[in-house]
Each structure stands twice: as C-alpha cells, then as structure tokens.
Design a protein around this ligand. Structure first.
Ligand code: ACM
Length: 589
C-alpha cells in the first residue's frame, strides 16, 4: 500500500511584533461592547497619573488600588489615588442614577483630551469599565513587570456597555486534576478580563473529594487522594495494588474563605458543586456504608468507572452512586450542604445529578424497600425522589439548587436552575417546562474537547472548534429567552494536568463564549472576532498566558472520490490562510 506523507505548513496571519494601537487600527475589545465609537486623537498617559473617584465605597477603592498597582508596576510612572478633581487623569465615577440605563454591570467609558472617565451605577460596572480600558492600551500593559516604553497611548473613544446575560460562567473541574488556591486565583484573574462573573468549582467526583467537611473527616483523609498516574484518563488499567496514594488535595474552610473573598473583590460568584448521587466513588471510598453495594471502594485514578454502551447508555463497573434508599445518605448530605452553604455565599449550590448508574440500585434491598414505601415505579422515579429530597435539604439552608439537565424531570421547585449539558434541546425542554436554564451544552461549550485535528492536538474523544463555539447562540430554538439566564464553558480536567494546559484549553474558546454571553447578538461577527483574537494572542504572549493557536492549524478530511481516488481536504477555522503541503517528507514552504 502506498503511504502518503503529508506535511502542512500554514502561513499564520499573526503579527510578530508588539502591536501598538494606532489611530486607524480598529479597536479589539473582547467581548465586543454594546456601542464603541472611536474618535480622532490619542490620549497619552502622563508620567504622573492621578486616579480619582467620587466615592469611599470599599469595592470601588479596591478597583482603584488594583488599577494603581497595574499602572505603577508596568509603566513605572508615579500613580496617586484620591478624590476625583480636575487633576484626575483617570476618573472612576459611581453614579447610581445610571442603573436604569446600564443595569448592574454596565459602564460608560470615555477617553478624550480631558483624560479617561469611567462611569457606572455600581462598583461591578466600574470594574468592567477598567477591564475594557486595559484592553485599549498597547499589549505591553499585560506584562507582569516593568515595560520600558516611550509612551502609553489610548485612542479617544466613547463606549457604552452592559451584558446580555447575567450568568457568564466557567467551570473548573478541580477533581480530575487538583488546582491549588493560588492557581484558582490565577484562573479568576484571567476570566474577569473577559467579564466572566461566575466560577463553578466541580468539587467531588469518582476521582476525588476536594472540600473538608466537619463530621466526615475521611472524605478528605481518604477521598482526596489517589494513585499518581498519567495516561489517557478513563481508560487506564486498574492501579497496581500497593501503589501509594500520593496524588490529590483539598480545600480547607480557610482556603474557601480566601477564594470567596478574592473572587468577590473581582465580582465573581463561586458556585460549588457536590455531584450526587452518581459520580460519588471518592465519597464511597471514605464511607462505603453510603453505597448500595457492599464495597470496599477506591478513589478512581484513571481506570473507567462507567461502561458506555452507545446511544448515551451506560452502567456502573463499580457502584459509584449514593444509595437513595438509606437515611444515612440524607443525613450525610445534610451535613455536607450545611457546610457548603456556610462556606459559599452564592445563592445556588450545584448538586450534580448527571450520569447516575442504576445497576447496583436494582439489586439493593434498601432501594426496593424505598420503592415500596414511596410507591416509586421505576429507578428513574427513585432518582427523582432523591433529587427532591436533596432540593429540600438545600432549601432548608436558604439556598437554591442547580443541577445537570437530568434533574429537570424531578418536579423541581420553580427556584431550581437547570444546567443544560447533554445538548441544546435539553435546555429548550427545561425552559418549556418553566425552569430557568444555564446553557453549557456539550457540543459548543465543552472546553475539554480537542480544538483541531487529532493529528495535531492532544487526543481527546471529541472536538469543539473555535468557529462553531463562537457561532453558537445560547438561546436554544423554541425556548423563551427570559428563561435563559446565561451560559458557561466547562473545563473537565481528566487530561489537563497543569495550568499551562488548562490555559491552552480555555483560550481562545472562552473569548468566544465571553462574547456570546456579554455582547448583543447583533454585534457578533466572526470576521471581526478572528482579527481581535490575533491581538489578544499577542497580549497573552506578553502576559505569559498560554492559548491554543489551533484555529490556524489544518483539519484533515480524508475521503474517497467516486473513482476510488484518495481525497484529502484541508480546512482551517481561521479564514484566508494559505496552506502549503508536501508529499515527499520535506518541510513545506
Ligand atoms: C457531564 O458532562 N457529565 C455533566
């Protein structure tokens, strides 16, 4: 058989020098503001910067301090902060009367010969105004150290801006791979630059339990640790017996306080997820009495837990579900959700509810007894019973539940939110039932998927290209738009072992998600977006943040033509690229 070696090389349109915003260049703000009018002229930052504000509100003073630290570090200029007066170069003005025009998070940003003025009805609005302002400066401003530059220009501009959706989230799975408090803080710093306001932490799963809970010490003593293994997670052989359980970690209450406060200062809510009744193997390794099957159980370290049999069907290879027929389970959950409610101020607690295997429930006397007692006709009804009990527990703590889209069949209270993940139709179905919905559908918003051809990307079992992620609109067909509260990108980390890889998976797809969640639908434009991304890649290079340039890579589509000839089509997500290739193993040019 004749083998064809195909080597491709793409002329990227990336500029290689630091770009400096010049007067005739379009502005590259992500997410695209509601209205942005560039005017003639450039404001040059004076070497003595005065940052003025009209309020003593702590939240605003924190924003002023952060801006002051940024400018003094990177420009080396002197920065003074104080009351707004006619010497202020940058003014942050809190004007509550603007709420009817700008809402809770909007802002006006004006750059003119008189200086820079950001005005908003709330501190959050001022915060987002400063994020936009930073993007108007040359890329060097993203640096984490002093940058020697002759001047720091910003184009004259008038911006009015506010978000389309209130829920603009990113989910980080800190179970499959653990991320430390300082790494989570770094993640928060990166997300707020693009006006995300919600961090969903996936805190429990088969591969770990990541939150210390008073009264259940083994959750973190046993459940937070597993064998340290690398490879294609979910398909590894069972670990050798006796291999030490050295990989893992968990957050203490003090860690959570620190994270919550850090997030709050950046206008981010943290949504904690305790995924039940399925995905609970780590909890069962610690407390095997909570399972239907006898145990013992081990925290999974890369071996499969569920067996997928096609068409979305599956069964458990081990019992990884809490037993809904045991009262001890509800006592356990009461303690867990009491602690979660105490630690996380956000109004919602995510209870998971996805992918619950029922094959061990089927054999359980406890489940059979429950079915008889509660007149439950099927194991699906058992699951709904469980979700209703959990909702009651969570509501008793003064919180509301959110869960993966399977929970929508459990006759939820109207306060419950459904997080659509299996597809967009599940979101539409929940909205039609009158539930409020957050859209994070697996096609479009799953950030763990490959971004390009598997010949180039680290292999994952599915792909999500940037362009279709960008073009997706979070309001599903057939849904009342008022029911759609927003959306989020989900980063599952089975194959994401470190921060650099995490960044690679998150950016630039989360630029796309940010723009769909913040900007008016009418302002979205793939052509403009591609050009803006290039500028942001340069900014990321300066900031030392990794990103995926996969949009410039070819995707190979092999097929046979009617004559049996091999056809290889090469396409890229980015438009207008030249693809050069060779068949003789030479490097194409
Ligand atoms: C999920 O992807 N199982 C929520």
């Amino acid at each position: 058989m004749k083998k064809i070696f195909l080597i491709c090389f793409i002329f990227s349109v990336l500029s290689t020098t630091y770009s400096q915003q010049t007067e005739d260049e379009p502005l590259s703000v992500i997410p695209q503001p509601v209205s942005i009018k560039k005017e003639n002229g450039i404001f040059i930052l004076p070497k003595e910067i005065q940052l003025g504000t009209n309020t003593n509100q702590t939240e605003v003073l924190d924003i002023v301090s952060a801006l002051s630290r940024k400018f003094s570090l990177v420009t080396g200029y002197s920065v003074k902060t104080g009351r707004n007066d006619n010497r202020s170069t940058i003014r942050l003005l809190l004007t509550p009367g603007l709420k009817s025009e700008l809402g809770e998070e909007g802002y006006h940003l004006n750059v003119s010969s008189a200086g820079i003025k950001i005005e908003a009805a709330t501190a959050a609005g001022l915060f987002y105004g400063t994020q936009t302002l930073i993007q108007l400066f040359p890329a060097g401003i993203e640096s984490n150290q002093y940058v020697k530059k002759a001047s720091w220009p910003v184009p004259f501009v008038k911006i009015t801006d506010y978000p389309r959706f209130k829920w603009r989230g990113l989910m980080l799975d800190v179970v499959r791979h653990f991320y430390t408090v300082s790494q989570v803080k770094q993640f928060i710093d990166e997300m707020v630059k693009y006006k995300f306001n919600l961090l969903h932490l996936h805190l429990s799963d088969d591969q770990g339990w990541r939150l210390q809970i008073n009264g259940y010490p083994l959750l973190t003593k046993i459940g937070a640790w597993r064998e340290d293994r690398i490879g294609y997670f979910g398909s590894l052989a069972p670990p050798d017996p006796g291999l030490p359980k050295t990989y893992g970690g968990y957050y203490t209450p003090e860690d959570i306080h620190e994270l919550v406060q850090y997030a709050r200062q950046r206008f981010v809510n943290i949504l904690p997820e305790i995924d039940v009744p399925g995905h609970s193997l780590a909890a069962l390794a610690a407390y095997p009495n909570l399972a239907s099957a006898p145990g013992p159980f081990s925290v999974a370290s890369g071996e499969p837990v569920l067996k997928w049999t096609g068409g979305g069907n599956f069964y458990g290879l081990v019992d990884n579900s809490l037993c809904p027929g045991k009262e001890d389970v509800y006592a356990f959950l009461d303690t867990v959700f009491t602690e979660v409610s105490r630690l996380f101020p956000f109004q919602y607690i995510h209870i998971g509810g996805d992918e619950t295997a029922k094959n061990f429930w089927e054999k359980s006397d406890d489940v059979k007894n429950l079915m008889a007692k509660e007149n439950l006709k099927s194991l699906h009804e058992v699951q709904h019973y469980f979700v209703q009990r959990v909702e009651k527990i969570v509501k008793a703590k003064g919180k509301n539940i959110i869960g993966w889209d399977e929970i929508q069949d459990a006759n939820l209270s109207p306060d419950a939110l459904v997080m659509a993940y299996r597809n967009t139709r599940e979101g539409a179905r929940a909205a039609q039932k009158g539930q409020n919905v957050v859209m994070s559908p697996e096609p479009y918003y799953y950030l763990d998927y490959m971004q390009g051809d598997e010949a180039i990307e680290t292999y994952v079992y599915d792909r999500q290209y940037l362009k279709s992620c960008y073009e997706y609109d979070p309001v599903p067909e057939g849904a009342d738009p008022d029911r759609i509260k927003g959306g989020q990108g989900n980063l599952w980390t089975e194959l994401v072992y470190n921060m650099r890889h995490l960044q690679y998976m998150v950016w630039p797809r989360s630029f796309a998600i940010a723009e769909s969640l913040w900007s008016p639908k009418s302002q979205k434009n793939w052509n403009n977006f591609q050009q803006k991304i290039e500028k942001h890649f340069i900014r990321y290079d300066v900031a030392g943040i990794k990103y995926a340039p996969s949009m410039y890579d070819p995707v190979f589509k092999p097929s046979l033509d009617p004559n049996g000839q091999l056809l290889v089509e090469m396409i890229t997500d980015a438009d207008n690229l030249q693809i050069h290739y060779s068949f003789d193993n030479s490097f194409p040019d």
